[in-house]
Design a protein around this ligand. Structure first.
Ligand code: G16
Length: 547
C-alpha cells in the first residue's frame, strides 16, 4: 500500500518553526553548527530528515545529537548518526542542506520531491534516538526536533543530556540487538558496564594506577565521567575539575580539549593542582575529544595530543598482534590529517602504513575501515580504533599455541570491548590510554618521549567569507584564492622545517592557519605571517568574532 506524506500535519507543525529568510545553513565538518538561537527551523527539519533516513533504511534507528562540541556556549548544532553508529552518509549531507535552506513556502514541495527522488517508502517505520549536551539552547532545540518527528509520525527515543559518543553507542546497540554482532545493552548503563568491565580485565594484575585529573570543560563530560567513576571504583582514581554545567558562560571557557590544544597551556583552573609528572586530561563540550598533558620537573607544560595517543596506542596494538601470533594476518594502519605533527607522521610511518585525509571524523573513519585494525586520531584529540568484522571474528576464533599468545589474544579481545568503535570517545579513549600506560609501566614522561613534537601553532582568522578558501591534496594546498598558495610556500621555505597550510573551518566561521618549524619562535612567526597573508587577501580580523 502506498502511503502519502502527511502534508497537512507537516504544514501545521512547520508553521511553528519558520525559517528566517536571510539565513543560509550548511552541513559542515560535523553537521550544522552556528548560533543556537537561529537553529529552530533546522532542528525541526532535521527531525523529518532523520525519520526519512530511517524509513529509507527499513526502519533502522538513526541518531541525532544536539551539540556544538568545542564551540562557545552560545553556539549549537546537530550531528546525525547512521545505523552502524557512524556519521551520516555523505550524499545525505546534501539533502540535509537542501531541506534546511528551503524557504517556508517551498518546504513541502522540496520535501515531496526529495521523498520521490530518494525513493522513500513511507509505509516503513521510522525510529530516531536523540540526545543533547548541556547548552542552554538545547532544550528548545530538542522540542523543535520532537515536532519534526511528530509531524511525520516517527518514533522518538530521548537519551536526555548525554555525550555524543553515547548517542553513537546507543544507535549501534539498538540496531544490532539480537544479532550476532550485538554491540552491548542499549542503555547508558550498558555503555558503562561494557567499558568498565573490559577496563577492569585489562588492568587486573597491573600496578595501581596513579591519580588522574580530568577537566570536563564544564560540559556533559562531567556527569558522565562521574557515573563512570562509580563503575570503575578503585581501579582508576579520578579527580574531576571544571564540572560547572549550570554556570552560564562556563562551557569550554578557559578549559577543555580545544583550549589546551590551541593555547598549548594548562586550563587556568588547574594551576597549582598538578604535581610534576602527574597526568591530566581535558574533554571537549560533548566528550568526543581528549587531550592529555603534564607539568615536567622544570615546571614546563607538555602536551600529549591526538598524535601522541595514536603513537602510543598503535604501537601497543601492533605488539599485541605480534605476541598473539597474528603479525602476518592482521594489518594495522594509522590515519591522520594535515594537522598531524610532522614528527608524529615520521615516527609512525617508520613503523606502520599511514594515510592522510581531510579534516573530519567522517573522513578518518572511512579510511581506517580499510585496515584490519585502523587507528585514527586527529591532532585535536578526536579519534578511535576500528577492528574490521573479519578481524573481530579472527580474534574470537584464533587458537593460540602458547600461554603468552593466549594472554595477548585475551587483551586484544578486551580492547575490542573497551574501545567505542563508533566514533571518537573521550571517555573510552581515556581508559584506553590508561590501559596502555599500565601495561607498558609508562609515566606521562616516558609516553611523551616516544618522539619530540615539532613546535607548531594554530591560529584562527575571522574573515567576511571563508568560503572563498578552497583546498586540495587532503587540505594541504589552497587552490583558491588564486596565488595565495605559492606565497605560503615561499614563506614556509624561509624557516628550518617550515610547513604551513590554510583551510576554512567546517565548524566555526573562521579560517584556520597551521604552521610548524624546528624552532618555537619560527613556528609562531610563520603562523602569524601566513595569517597576515590570509588577512590581507580576505580582509579578515585576527582577534574579533564578528556578530
Ligand atoms: C569536529 C569534527 C572533527 C574536526 C573538528 C574541527 O569536532 O568532528 O573531526 O576536527 O570539528 O573541524 P574544523 O577544523 O572543520 O572546524 P567537534 O569535536 O567540534 O565536533
Amino acid at each position: 500500500k502506498v502511503v502519502a506524506l502527511p502534508v497537512d500535519t507537516i504544514a501545521e507543525y512547520a508553521a511553528r518553526h519558520p525559517k528566517a529568510p536571510h539565513l543560509h545553513f550548511s552541513y559542515g565538518t560535523a553537521g550544522f553548527r552556528t548560533l543556537g538561537v537561529v537553529l529552530d527551523s533546522v532542528l525541526f527539519r532535521v527531525g523529518i530528515l532523520a525519520a526519512l533516513r530511517s524509513k529509507r533504511l527499513d526502519g533502522k534507528t538513526i541518531g541525532v545529537m544536539i551539540t556544538a562540541s568545542h564551540n562557545p556556549e552560545e553556539d549549537n548544532g546537530v550531528k546525525l548518526v547512521d545505523p552502524r553508529g557512524e556519521m551520516l552518509e555523505a550524499a545525505w549531507e546534501n539533502h540535509a542542506t537542501t531541506l534546511a535552506n528551503a524557504s517556508n513556502e517551498e518546504f513541502l514541495d522540496v520535501l515531496r520531491q526529495f521523498v520521490q527522488t530518494a525513493r522513500i517508502d513511507l509505509s516503513k517505520p521510522s525510529r530516531v534516538v536523540y540526545g543533547r549536551d548541556t547548552r542552554p539552547t538545547g532544550e528548545g532545540l530538542v522540542q523543535a526536533l520532537r515536532d519534526g518527528l511528530a509531524a511525520i509520525g516517527a518514533e522518538g527515543r530521548d537519551a536526555g543530556i548525554t555525550t555524543t559518543p553515547i548517542v553513537h553507542y546507543l544507535v549501534k546497540a539498538i540496531n544490532t540487538k539480537g544479532t550476532k554482532q550485538e554491540y552491548g545493552e542499549d542503555s547508558e548503563e550498558g555503555y558503562f558496564e561494557k567499558m568498565s568491565e573490559a577496563f577492569r580485565k585489562l588492568v587486573s594484575g597491573r600496578a595501581r594506577i596513579p591519580q588522574l585529573i580530568v577537566d570536563c570543560a564544564n560540559g556533559v563530560g562531567a556527569p558522565i565521567v562521574k557515573k563512570m567513576t562509580e563503575y570503575l571504583g578503585e581501579t582508576l582514581p579520578i579527580v574531576l575539575v571544571n564540572t560547572a554545567i549550570d554556570t552560564p558562560g562556563a562551557l569550554n571557557h578557559n578549559c577543555g580539549a580545544d583550549f589546551v590544544k590551541t593555547r598549548q597551556t594548562l586550563p587556568p583552573s588547574l594551576h597549582g593542582m598538578m604535581k610534576p609528572g602527574q597526568r591530566a586530561c581535558s574533554f571537549d563540550g560533548d566528550a568526543d575529544r581528549l587531550m592529555y598533558y603534564f607539568i615536567d620537573e622544570r615546571g614546563y607544560f607538555a602536551m600529549l595530543d591526538g598524535d601522541k595517543i595514536a603513537a602510543l596506542v598503535a604501537a601497543f596494538i601492533v605488539d599485541l598482534a605480534r605476541l598473539a601470533g597474528l603479525a602476518d594476518k592482521v594489518k594495522v594502519g594509522v590515519v591522520q590529517t594535515a594537522y598531524a605533527n610532522g614528527a608524529s607522521t615520521k615516527y609512525l610511518s617508520e613503523r606502520l602504513p599511514v594515510r592522510c585525509v581531510p579534516t573530519g571524523v567522517k573522513h578518518l573513519h572511512h579510511a581506517a575501515e580499510q585496515f584490519d585494525i585502523g587507528v585514527y586520531f586527529e591532532a585535536n584529540g578526536h579519534g578511535t580504533v576500528l577492528f574490521s568484522p573479519s578481524t573481530i571474528e579472527r580474534l574470537e576464533t584464533h587458537e593460540p599455541s602458547t600461554p603468552a599468545q593466549s594472554t595477548a589474544l585475551k587483551h586484544l579481545n578486551n580492547l575490542v570491548q573497551l574501545i567505542n568503535q563508533t566514533v571518537g570517545d573521550a571517555l573510552s579513549d581515556m581508559l584506553l590510554v590508561e590501559v596502555v600506560l599500565a601495561h607498558k609501566a609508562y609515566s606521562a614522561i616516558e609516553w611523551n618521549s616516544l618522539y619530540s613534537d615539532l613546535p607548531n601553532r594554530l591560529v584562527k582568522v575571522y574573515v567576511p567569507n571563508r568560503n572563498v578558501f578552497k583546498t586540495e591534496d587532503a587540505e594541504r594546498r589552497l587552490v583558491s584564492p588564486a596565488g595565495l598558495q605559492p606565497k605560503i610556500e615561499e614563506l614556509a621555505r624561509r624557516y628550518d622545517g617550515g610547513r604551513s597550510f590554510v583551510r576554512p573551518s567546517g565548524t566555526e566561521d573562521v579560517v584556520r592557519v597551521y604552521s610548524e618549524a624546528v624552532l618555537r619562535s619560527q613556528a609562531d612567526e610563520l603562523a602569524f605571517r601566513v595569517a597576515g597573508l590570509v588577512y590581507d587577501e580576505a580582509g579578515g580580523d585576527l582577534n574579533r568574532r564578528p556578530k
